[in-house]
Design a protein around this ligand. Structure first.
Ligand SMILES: [Zn+2]
Length: 382
């Protein structure tokens, strides 16, 4: 009975949601993505020996954002992504952290996030290809929310990682293999905790558990990857530099064979590094926190975040990182912009910002620049 209900619900949701999604699939060469792997498709722009990846920060959803997106009985977030859409669509693969649940109505902001399904639809429309769900808010709508979020992502055919309906799903889809332009990427995602909420069987949340991660990395290596990328949800909120345990975990992940680490959660930017760069491999990227990508947070340093872009080539079967760097984004709120909705604005786009916005943005950029000048290692603007 429950299964039949689920099937009917999925079909209904697919009918409602799949139409807008088709337009986003067309944005990047009409890819038809499977829920388990992203398969290589015939893409007119595809460079078979090169691959570009973009990772964005945390996609939050506070109550004022829900109100701003509401239009009658529906919700629209396209305006939020309009100004960053070109950057997102300029890469072969774009990844972000989906830090809400799709628990169905009533929709809620902090502290227990439940976002309208249109939030996911418009994130995909913006061009994101893979979403992480292993974060401290994944149980905000409890079991129903965890399962419904997965169901919605599956129905829209977006590969996701971090939370699972059961062990069979995790076994089948984790670590997440993404095949693109002849590259095989394997992605890992895990969270420090889930805000005191316990995951209910048979659901699974990937926690930071080095025994489990060791096994997952063994499996990742067996998948014949060109690279393994870890996307940890970690760190101390509002701390501008990583704590000792995060540094140790990063060192350990690299020692286990992870190639790149790009993390989130603290709501502020933290330092970025390029390690072990040789002429052959180009090095290993370590980004502790990309900060807030979209949120209603307004205190210093939380008003924006970053995207990092990594460009690879493959020569003679060997993968090499040829370019990497960050781009800063400012989250403009309606009360500062006079606009209807929130907007993620590349910090260089002066013409898109009110004077009030510019003042806040300038402070954010100045602090970020000082932080990066002091702590970044071989990692600059893209
Ligand atoms: Zn978080």
């Amino acid at each position: 009975m429950i299964k039949t209900m689920k099937k009917i619900m999925l079909m209904l949701l697919s009918v409602v949601m799949i139409v807008p999604c088709l337009s986003c699939a067309q944005q990047k060469g009409g890819e038809n993505k499977s829920s388990e792997t992203v398969s290589e498709e015939s893409d007119a722009d595809a460079q078979p020996d090169s691959l570009s990846i973009l990772v964005a920060g945390d996609l939050m959803q506070h109550s004022p954002q829900i109100n701003a997106a509401r239009s009658g009985n529906t919700y629209d977030y396209k305006e939020c992504f309009k100004l960053v859409k070109p950057e997102i669509n300029d890469v072969d693969l774009a990844i972000a952290n989906f830090e809400v649940t799709l628990g169905g109505p009533p929709y809620k902001g902090y502290p227990c996030f439940s976002a309208p399904d249109e939030y996911l639809r418009d994130i995909l429309d913006a061009g994101f290809d893979v979403l992480t769900t292993g974060n401290n808010h994944c149980l905000d709508s409890h079991q129903k929310g965890l399962e419904r979020t997965i169901m919605m992502m599956d129905s829209l055919q977006v590969p996701h990682l971090g939370t699972y309906k059961d062990s069979a799903e995790r076994e089948r889809t984790y670590p997440l293999l993404v095949e693109k332009n002849g590259f095989r990427l394997v992605l890992l995602n895990f969270t420090y905790a889930t805000n005191g909420l316990r995951v209910k069987e048979p659901n699974i949340v990937n926690y930071i558990d080095t025994l489990q991660i060791t096994q997952d990395i063994v499996k990742a290596k067996s998948m014949n990857p060109d690279m393994i990328i870890a996307l940890p949800h970690w760190g101390i909120e509002y701390a501008m530099t990583p704590a000792k345990p995060d540094k140790e975990l990063a060192d350990w992940l690299f020692s286990q064979g992870v190639d790149h680490i790009i993390g989130g959660h603290p709501h502020v930017l933290q330092p970025m590094e390029l390690r072990n760069a040789t002429a052959e491999n180009g090095g290993n990227v370590l980004v502790y926190s990309l900060g807030n990508y979209l949120s209603n947070q307004y205190k210093d340093n939380t008003v924006g975040g970053g995207m990092v872009r990594l460009d690879f080539v493959k020569e003679g079967g060997k993968t090499k990182l040829v370019k990497c760097g960050y781009m800063l984004t400012y989250c403009s709120r309606p009360q500062n912009s006079g606009k209807r909705n929130y907007r993620i604005v590349p910090v260089e786009m002066d013409e898109e910002l009110s004077q009030q916005d510019k003042n806040i943005r300038n402070k954010f950029v100045n602090t970020a620049t000082q932080l990066f000048e002091k702590y970044n290692v071989n990692f600059g603007r893209y």
